[in-house]
Design a protein. Structure first.
Length: 678
């Protein structure tokens, strides 16, 4: 899910979230494929909305019931904003049981509960729990297959759950159940840990409307002024990912044909890609961002491995939230930016194929999908030059506002659970640092091995599962990294850096670089962030780079260069989540010899750093102009000491285009062009 949390700390900069009782006991029970005829036998936002008040509750469904199959049959009455339907629930008890508890909000009315022979079962429905009496205690291993008839007006809780609206004067309805909203419109186990093997969503609406959902569209049937859409899901799916979107849709079809560059590794694939777009006065166009999903799937197949639902489809269904939600095989979309599109399709791997087992580990979904945006910009650099670096910078700046650990402690406060600066931005920034720690090849191999792990594929995971895979692939312990960045640590390191040099006895120069970490509580609860740090030394003949392991609160590194050093830069590529402007205090010999200006990132979507080298203490003025020579802003006007002066500013209020940064000092002037992308 992306965009719907922007109102309280999400990503505000575009760059670029789930339906007969027949108890069979012991050896007499038929095989799963016989009991669950529709079930797969193998087990196992455009950015801003105000979230409605939500009373978030942990699931109180029976923990000793393993759900295997849901069939939702929903009739939607747009005139009364009510639904009526039945839900078939099939599964197996893992221990002795005399009752089955399911999550279902109490504002929905249960009319009957029946077993597979149509016999009614006793039940109680109170405090958002449906408790069904089994009539007798059944042993572990007993199969259960029941049907629940219910109806009413669903609550539009959380990010929507089940919502009615209109579009172009026509009725629409849509669902968004993450994290606790499935119970608002159907009875089941409303918890991500219990994925069913397969599911079915059958929805009836007035003729003239269409219904998009998960899986494959099996049939469309008209009868007496209504039309029924029957969708079948053959892959495991978490309850919060089951969805429907109904409205006046135009349908656009594409096909993802796996490129030759991937066929040798993954084999052939021709995947239907289906888009449901609201019509406006009877017409609609396919958004360019939606169409770009074909490129995104190819990029992510290279990074992550094969698309996880090749026998079904991928697609988009427009809905009424200003963001997106990664409903399995058909994401619900309230926008069309390429960043949003790539985020949601990446969730098909991270979140849908492998789902967070419990909500504290949500970063395994959102952090990964957020970093996938950066991987897309990076891979498509010919088309989106500089965007990956800008996007990473945005994530790092946002992550500095993250409160608490990356693994979320309080998951009942939905605003806290989905805080954009935390599981999204910090999750992305941490994954980038992990990539630098273990190397590009190991990072890509880790992503693929995590998704293909036989204990995780099409199942659920927690943070330790990902760490285990990363350690196995990289061959190194990552305990410290995960403890300080993910499970226990809060905040980020604040660095001070000093550098000096002297001639070495055997020739060349020794450059001493002292790195101090000065973070204090409440900035961070981590005394020492143990991290590899890149140091760039600019010499008279060019740049040399060194990677040092920072393991102490204060640490001096002696680095040898063959020719005189002119300047030292800390973390020159901006890989670390740290204080915004890590300045290097220069000692002997490390003073710029010329007046120079550098801008990064360039192009930028707003934030940028202007670096001005001044050989001596001087007055410096930095101005920004547009292409017509009109003065936009004075970014700096003051005196600086000798060395490299760094100024962080932004161009967020400016439209896309080219601008000029002009720096003046002691009669010298340097002008650099900068491109702003929106």
């Amino acid at each position: 899910m992306r965009g719907v949390v922007a109102a309280y700390g999400g990503r505000l900069i575009s760059r670029g979230a789930t339906w007969g009782m027949c108890i069979m006991i012991g050896a007499a029970a038929p095989v799963v494929g016989q009991v669950f005829q529709d079930a797969k036998p193998e087990r196992h936002a455009e950015r801003r909305v105000v979230m409605q008040d939500v009373v978030a509750k942990r699931s109180r469904a029976s923990a000793n019931f393993d759900a295997r199959y849901y069939h939702l049959q929903i009739d939607i009455d747009f005139t009364t904003s009510r639904i009526a339907g039945t839900t078939r629930v099939a599964g197996i008890f893992t221990s002795d049981a005399a009752e089955l508890r399911l999550d279902l909000q109490s504002n929905l009315t249960v009319a009957a509960v029946r077993d597979s022979s149509a016999s009614k079962l006793a039940y109680e429905h109170a405090d958002d729990v449906l408790t069904i009496s089994l009539g007798e205690t059944v042993p572990a291993g007993a199969h259960l297959d029941i049907e629940i008839e219910y109806g009413g007006q669903p609550s539009a809780t959380g990010f929507g759950a089940f919502s009615f609206s209109t579009r172009d004067g026509q009725p629409v309805a849509w669902t968004l159940s993450e994290p606790y909203g499935a119970r608002a419109w159907w009875p089941g186990k409303d918890h991500p840990s219990d994925k069913v093997d397969s599911a079915r969503v059958t929805v009836t609406v007035p003729v003239g409307l269409r219904v998009g959902s998960n899986g494959v569209l099996a049939s469309v049937t008209e009868s007496g002024g209504t039309v029924t859409y029957d969708w079948i899901v053959r892959y495991p799916i978490a309850p919060y990912l089951l969805s429907l979107a109904a409205g006046p849709y135009a349908v656009f079809e594409q096909t993802y044909v796996r490129p030759d560059s991937l066929v040798g590794m993954l084999g052939d694939l021709s995947l239907p890609v289906t888009h449901y777009k609201y019509t406006v006065q009877g017409a609609a166009e396919l958004p360019a961002g939606w169409a770009e999903v074909l490129d995104a799937i190819a990029v992510f197949e290279w990074w992550f491995g094969p698309y996880p639902f090749p026998d079904e489809k991928y697609g988009h269904a427009e809905f009424g939230v200003g963001g997106g939600m990664e409903h399995q095989t058909m994401s619900s979309m309230g926008g069309s930016s390429v960043g949003l599109v790539t985020h949601e399709v990446a969730h098909q791997w991270f979140g849908d194929a492998v789902t967070n087992r419990t909500w504290p580990h949500l970063w395994l979904n959102e952090g990964f999908a957020s970093y996938a945006e950066i991987l897309y910009w990076e891979t498509m650099a010919d088309r989106y030059a500089g965007t990956a670096r800008s996007a990473l910078r945005v994530d790092q700046l946002s992550a500095r506002f993250a409160q608490g650990t990356l693994v979320v402690e309080d998951t009942l406060d939905v605003r806290n659970l989905f805080a954009g600066s935390r599981v999204y931005a910090k999750g992305s920034a941490v994954l980038h640092m992990l990539r630098r720690v273990i190397g590009d090849a190991n990072f890509r191999a880790t992503l693929q091995a995590y998704l293909a792990d036989p204990n995780l594929a099409y199942g659920t995971a927690v943070t330790d599962d990902f760490r285990r895979v990363a350690e196995a692939i990289s061959g190194r312990s990552l305990e410290t990294f995960f403890r300080q960045w993910v499970t226990e640590g809060t905040g980020y390191p604040i660095y001070e850096v000093m550098a000096s040099q002297e001639q070495a006895a055997g020739g060349g120069y020794n450059v001493d670089v002292t790195v101090r970490q000065i973070q204090t509580s409440p900035e961070s609860n981590v005394n020492i962030f143990v991290m590899p740090i890149t140091l760039s030394i600019e010499t008279e003949v060019g740049e040399q780079r060194f990677v040092v392991e920072n393991t102490a609160r204060e640490q001096t590194f002696t680095l040898h260069v063959d020719t005189r050093a002119i300047a030292v830069r800390f973390d020159p590529d901006g890989d670390l989540l740290s204080n915004e402007d890590v300045l290097v205090d220069f000692g002997d010999g490390l003073i710029p010899t010329t007046f120079a200006v550098d801008i990064s990132p360039n192009p930028t979507d707003g934030p940028m750093r202007i670096s001005v080298d001044v050989p001596t203490a001087a007055d410096v003025r930095v101005d920004i102009f547009d292409t017509l020579g009109r003065h936009v802003r004075t970014a700096w006007d003051g005196t600086t000491v000798a060395g490299t002066f760094r100024l962080d500013t932004d161009l967020n209020e400016l439209a896309s285009g080219t601008y000029f940064v002009a720096a003046r000092s002691e009669g010298a002037i340097e002008v650099r062009a900068v491109t702003v992308l929106r």
